[in-house]
Design a protein around this ligand. Structure first.
Ligand code: SAH
Length: 230
C-alpha cells in the first residue's frame, strides 16, 4: 500500500496550513511537505491545526517541488482549472483509486491559494486531478480541498463505518407468526373486510424492510397480543 504525501506549493495563509494538517490527521495521514512557503511556520499556523499539531510540527520544507516529490512513484497535481495542455486528467475518485494500487510513496500536490499551481508545477506531476465541483464555483479553499482529497484516499483504501451491534435476524417463521397475529387482530377488531388485500399489503410492506430483527418482530407481536386481549 502506498504511503501518501500531501504537498502544499507556496502556501501563504497560516490558517490553511494548520487546517490542512488537521484535515490529514483526521484521515490518518501524516506526511506533510511545504514547498517554498511564504514564510516560516509560526504559532499562527497552529490555530487551525488542533489535533493535527503533530503533523504540522513534523512537516518538512523543501525549496522546490522537484525535491519534495523526488522519491515518489507518482505525483497527482490538484487544480480546479482545466488546462489546454496538461498531464493525464483524472477525477479525484479515480486518482485515489489509482494511488491505492501503487506500492510506493505517492504525492498529492496542491497550489497556492491565490494563483494555484504554475504550469511547471503541473508538469512536474504525472496526473492532473479535478475535484468535480460546480463549474461556476469550482475553486475550493486550499485546506478544504486537502480534506476532500484525504477523505477520498481513505475511502479508496477501504475505510468503513463501525458496524451496528449484531442482533438475531427475524426468520421466515418469526414473520409468519407476525402475519398471523396481524390477521387475528384485524379480524377481531372488524378492521379486515371480506376480500381485503391486507394480507398481501403487510407482506409487501415488510418485504421492504431488510434486516428486520427477531426482537423487533416480537415487540410488534407482543403489542398486538396485548391489544387483542382487551
Ligand atoms: N485561484 C486558484 C485556486 C486556488 S485554491 C486557481 O484558480 O487555481 C488552492 C488549491 O486547492 C488549488 O491550487 C488546488 O490545488 C486545490 N483545489 C481547489 N479547488 C479544487 C478543485 N475543484 N479541484 C482540484 N483541486 C482544487
Amino acid at each position: 500500500m502506498s504511503a501518501i504525501r500531501i504537498v502544499l506549493c507556496r502556501p501563504s495563509h497560516p490558517g490553511n496550513i494548520g487546517a490542512a494538517a488537521r484535515a490529514m490527521k483526521t484521515m490518518g495521514l501524516t506526511d506533510l511537505r511545504l514547498v517554498a512557503p511564504a514564510r516560516a511556520l509560526a504559532p499562527k499556523d497552529e490555530w487551525m491545526a488542533t489535533h493535527g499539531a503533530d503533523v504540522l510540527a513534523s512537516a518538512r520544507t523543501h525549496a522546490t517541488l522537484a525535491a519534495a516529490i523526488a522519491d515518489c512513484a507518482a505525483a497527482f497535481a490538484l487544480s480546479a482549472r482545466a488546462r489546454e495542455w496538461s498531464p493525464q486528467v483524472l477525477d479525484l475518485r479515480a486518482a485515489a483509486g489509482r494511488a491505492a494500487t501503487i506500492d510506493a510513496p505517492v504525492a498529492f500536490v496542491f497550489g497556492n491559494e491565490a494563483a494555484g499551481l504554475t504550469n511547471d508545477e503541473l508538469f512536474a506531476c504525472q496526473h492532473l486531478v479535478h475535484i468535480p465541483a460546480d463549474p461556476e464555483n469550482s475553486s475550493l479553499n486550499l485546506a478544504q480541498a486537502v480534506q476532500v482529497v484525504c477523505y477520498e484516499l481513505r475511502m479508496a483504501r477501504g475505510a468503513t463505518v463501525p458496524a451496528m451491534r449484531a442482533e438475531m435476524p427475524a426468520t421466515v417463521a418469526d414473520l409468519e407468526g407476525l402475519y398471523a397475529h396481524l390477521e387475528e387482530a384485524a379480524r377481531e377488531s372488524g378492521f379486515m373486510a371480506p376480500g381485503s388485500k391486507l394480507r398481501e399489503r403487510w407482506r409487501r410492506l415488510f418485504s421492504r424492510v431488510p434486516g428486520l430483527e427477531r426482537e423487533e418482530v416480537n415487540i410488534l407481536r407482543g403489542l398486538l397480543k396485548s391489544l387483542t386481549k382487551k
